[in-house]
Each structure stands twice: as structure tokens, then as C-alpha cells.
Design a protein around this ligand. Structure first.
Ligand SMILES: [Zn+2]
Length: 311
């Protein structure tokens, strides 16, 4: 019977730690192993039983993933109502019913309140797995109802070895550079090596550099920025600014974007330290704006680039 050996599992489990460590993968695997009808002795799902096959196809009737309808959008209260309804039904396979909420920090306040009620009085044999890289954004009441499961960064050598193995035979940037840019998280680093994603970073940098050098206007420069995930683009912008500040203050030794060192050096030389900090501040404001649903990316970016040109 599914999950018999794990009777003491908590109703709420909060997986947290830096992005790119595989928290969601872990949570999915945990869900699958709880639903598996022939789980191995070590708890690993068998991969071959009916439950595993349904899970892999995204059709297991006792599993519900809850995520934002659109990347960057909040998880709304009606999604949690659906989840509560799901938890109220009898399990189709006679075992656990499992919900996976990722990223849990995307819950808006109504949704979090509704979830809290469920966590306070959970139906029997239900497990709610919450995944987040920003646990501080969750209400303390929700966090306190969950068992804590923290993920930490692996040792750099270990991460580099894993990454180099994954990238072997591929035309990819240097593993050390990728790992730095991924904040030390191996999966984040590997994701950056996707050719499209890496090429986009280069295109964004070119566009920004051209604005600063007066070779492009804000409207033209904005095109590439609004054509893709804005939050990620602004994270790049922030990372380049941090590096320009590092170049000014402590030299190149602590640089993350080492492949752009020369270009960043030229750009930083043209800006006073005060100006750089002001610009960094403006980038942080962009970051906050990008997280609100009302922000118009085109207007936001055009305004930012215009302010860069006026200096
Ligand atoms: Zn199985």
C-alpha cells in the first residue's frame, strides 16, 4: 500500500533554500514516492507501477500541483479553494493525497489565509508540500504550521564536478563562470547554459551597453528587454551593476560576470561612484516594479534607459 512506512509524515512540509538546488524536483520525487505502489526500501519510487506511470504523465488523481497561472503572477485564492476541494475528496488510490505548492511565496494574502485554515485542520492522510526560495515572504503563521526542510548550497568543488559532467561535449560557457552566475546553485548554473538563455544574456548586455555608449536610443533598446522574462532580465541588469560597483571599489577579484570584465570596466570608468549607486538603486526599483502585476514592462524599461542617457 502506498506510503505505509511513512505514517509519521507531517501534513505541511516547507522546502526552502536558494533557487537552483532542485527543491521542486525533490518535492516531486517525494510526492511520487508517497504515491508509488511499489516504493523501494530506500523510499525511491519504482517508476513502473500504475501510480508512477500516472504521476509521470501528470495524471495521478491524488496529486495536485499548484503554481501561478503565469510566471511571475500570484497564486490566487480560487486556486487554493480548488486545492481544498481536492483534499476533501476520498483518495482514488486509497493512499495519500498530495499537493505541491511552488513557489509558495507566490501565494497572495487571501490565498495564504485560505491555505492556513487547511494547514490548521488538515484532512486525514493529506500532505501539503510548499517550496520556496524566499521563506521570509510567507506569513509566519503558514511557516509555523509546516515542518521545516532546508536546502543548502553544495561545496563548490562538488558542484563544479557535477556541472562539468553535465556540460561535457556541449558548447557551453565555463562551468566556474556559470556556477558564479547561478549563485553557487548547480541547477541554476546548468539552466543558464541553455544556448537560448545564454544568447539572450549577451543580447541584453549589448543593448544596455549601446545605450550607455550613446549608440542606441531607449525605444530601440527596450525591444529585446520586453521580449522575454522581465524579472530574469532585470536580475542580469542588477548583476552587471553590482559588478561595476565591485570593479570601482575592490577591483576585478570579486567579479561574477568575468566574461564581461573588459566591457564592464569601460562602462564603469565612465560613471562616478555616486552615479553607479544611484543607478543600482534604480535597478532595485525596477526589480520591485517587475514583481507587481500592474507594471508595464515597456514603459518601465524605456524610462530607465532614458534616465541612463540623460546622465
Ligand atoms: Zn511506483
Amino acid at each position: 500500500m502506498a506510503g505505509k512506512s511513512i505514517g509519521r509524515l507531517p501534513h505541511g512540509l516547507l522546502c526552502h533554500g536558494p533557487a537552483g538546488l532542485g527543491k521542486t524536483l525533490f518535492a516531486e520525487r517525494l510526492a511520487q514516492s508517497l504515491l508509488c505502489q511499489r516504493a523501494e526500501v530506500d523510499g525511491a519510487p519504482c517508476g513502473g507501477c500504475r501510480a508512477c506511470r500516472l504521476f509521470a504523465a501528470g495524471n495521478h488523481p491524488d496529486f495536485i500541483p499548484v503554481k501561478p497561472a503565469d510566471g511571475g503572477k500570484p497564486i490566487r485564492v480560487d486556486q487554493i479553494r480548488q486545492l481544498n476541494e481536492f483534499l476533501g475528496y476520498t483518495s482514488k488510490f486509497g493512499g495519500y493525497k498530495i499537493a505541491l505548492i511552488a513557489p509558495a511565496d507566490a501565494l497572495n494574502s487571501n490565498a495564504a489565509n485560505s491555505l492556513l485554515k487547511t494547514l490548521e485542520e488538515p484532512p486525514p492522510r493529506c500532505v501539503l508540500i510548499l517550496v520556496t526560495a524566499s521563506p521570509s515572504r510567507l506569513p509566519g503563521t503558514v511557516r509555523s504550521r509546516c515542518q521545516d526542510l532546508g536546502f543548502t548550497l553544495p561545496a563548490r568543488e562538488q558542484a563544479l564536478g557535477w556541472l562539468a559532467g553535465r556540460l561535457r561535449g556541449r558548447r557551453a560557457p565555463d562551468p566556474g563562470l556559470l556556477l558564479n552566475l547561478g549563485g553557487g546553485a548547480p541547477l541554476a548554473a546548468l539552466a543558464l547554459a541553455e544556448p537560448e538563455r545564454w544568447a539572450r544574456r549577451q543580447a541584453l548586455f549589448e543593448s544596455y551597453r549601446n545605450v550607455l555608449l550613446g549608440k542606441s536610443d531607449p525605444i530601440r533598446a527596450t525591444e529585446v528587454w520586453v521580449d522575454g522574462p522581465l524579472a530574469e532580465s532585470i536580475r542580469w541588469l542588477s548583476s552587471w551593476h553590482m559588478d561595476m560597483v565591485r570593479l570601482k571599489m575592490v577591483g576585478a577579484s570579486r567579479l561574477l560576470n568575468v566574461d564581461l570584465e573588459q566591457a564592464l570596466h569601460v562602462l564603469a570608468t565612465g560613471l562616478s561612484t555616486r552615479m553607479l549607486f544611484q543607478r543600482l538603486d534604480a535597478v532595485h526599483q525596477l526589480q520591485q516594479l517587475a514583481e507587481t502585476t500592474q507594471a508595464n514592462p515597456r514603459i518601465m524599461m524605456e524610462a530607465f534607459f532614458s534616465s541612463c542617457m540623460g546622465e
